[in-house]
Design a protein around this ligand. Structure first.
Ligand SMILES: [Fe+2]
Ligand SMILES: [Fe+2]
Length: 354
């Protein structure tokens, strides 16, 4: 009884203070059934607050609201991919949490949609042979493809602290790329499933535990004395957006076509980018094997992943469903645009410290 009363009082206080982040922190530590039973009558009030903060973030471009929203989404997504301790309360299946998540995702994707030029839809080829060439030129002609954070700053100027700052931000994707692939492949079959599985097996170090990509990335962090558990508050809005979007597009079946476009771009851009990280490590005398192995590995392997993804995932999917080109393109552009904003924000941050 006390528990119910306390949660009621806490919720009321947090709603009154319009403290959405505080409210979510309180809710996600509880059991789904408790949240939904006790707060059933307050659902509309809670969603009204979520809507208000989303409006501030997306309609009025209030940066603190956008950061809060992306942090909240990251915390909710954690419920879907982090295994709780055996006796731990868990909010994963709460319909109130799901409603909050759905509302945030709606604002998030509408914002990404707004950034797609309408003219693009007249250009998209609906046959797979033409689509692949078009997709490559779309990627290579986007400003993010040769972004100066990689091509100039990391290559020529980045200090060791810049590199640390950069790797912390990269963690929203690089610490769980294998899980994105595992989620993305659910429901696929035949050659498409096999290609994602083969890519996943590379992520698994081809069966060698020390060569798992997540293990390699974690060694890179250790060698640069980075402890991610102490860095959660350092994540930029744009890095959170990249991590949240990667999870969203691999988590839901409805986003599958967007997801394969999104990850095709991700794989395609990596080799070129990672060369510059190796230059940066080298310039800072941190390019011994265990510091640079993650990047060295991806220069060769992601060139192959990109090629095979186009051939064995994108082409067969388009052959089966020609109209999937529109969703695949959406996902590709989401990646290009969010990556650009992410790199722009990092460059501004790092260059201002020079
Ligand atoms: Fe990888
Ligand atoms: Fe890859």
């Amino acid at each position: 009884m006390n528990f119910i009363k306390n949660l009621d009082i806490d919720t009321e206080k947090l709603l009154e203070a319009k403290d959405l982040s505080g409210l979510i922190d309180r809710l996600i530590s509880l059991e789904a059934q408790d949240i939904d039973t006790i707060l059933f009558d307050r659902q509309a009030k809670i969603l009204a607050l979520v809507e208000e903060v989303c409006q501030q973030a997306y309609k009025y471009n209030r940066q603190p609201s956008l950061l809060a929203i992306q942090n909240i989404l990251a915390k909710i997504y954690e419920l879907h991919y982090r295994i709780p301790n055996p006796q731990q309360e868990n909010a994963e299946s709460s319909f109130i949490i799901a409603s909050i998540r759905n509302l945030i995702e709606k604002f998030f994707l509408e914002d990404e949609e707004k950034a797609i030029p309408a003219s693009i839809w007249q250009e998209v080829p609906e046959n797979s042979a033409n689509y692949v060439d078009w997709f490559i030129s779309l990627t290579e002609n986007h400003p993010v493809y040769r972004h100066s954070l990689y091509e100039d700053y990391l290559k020529n100027h980045a200090s060791l602290d810049d590199l640390r700052q950069f790797l912390i931000q990269e963690s929203t994707i690089d610490t769980r790329f294998d899980d994105f692939l595992a989620l993305l492949q659910v429901g696929t079959d035949g050659g498409v499933k096999l290609e994602i599985a083969s890519n996943y097996w590379d992520e698994m170090g081809n069966g060698n535990i020390s060569q798992m990509h997540v293990a390699m990335f974690s060694r890179t962090l250790n060698n640069l004395e980075i402890d991610l558990t102490k860095c959660k508050n350092y994540l930029t809005t744009e890095a959170l957006i990249c991590g949240n979007l990667s999870l969203m597009l691999s988590l839901y079946r409805k986003h599958f076509y967007k997801g394969i476009g999104y990850f095709a771009v991700t794989e395609y851009m990596t080799p070129k980018r990672f060369k510059h990280i190796i230059y940066a490590l080298k310039r800072n005398k941190r390019n011994n094997f265990s510091e640079a192995e993650y990047y060295k590995e991806h220069i060769t392997i992601d060139a192959l992943h990109a090629q095979n993804w186009l051939k064995n995932v994108i082409v067969p999917v388009i052959n089966k469903y020609p109209s999937s080109v529109y969703e695949i393109t959406r996902g590709a552009i989401y990646r290009l645009n969010t990556s650009q904003k992410y790199l722009n924000s990092l460059l501004t941050k790092m260059a201002s410290l020079v």
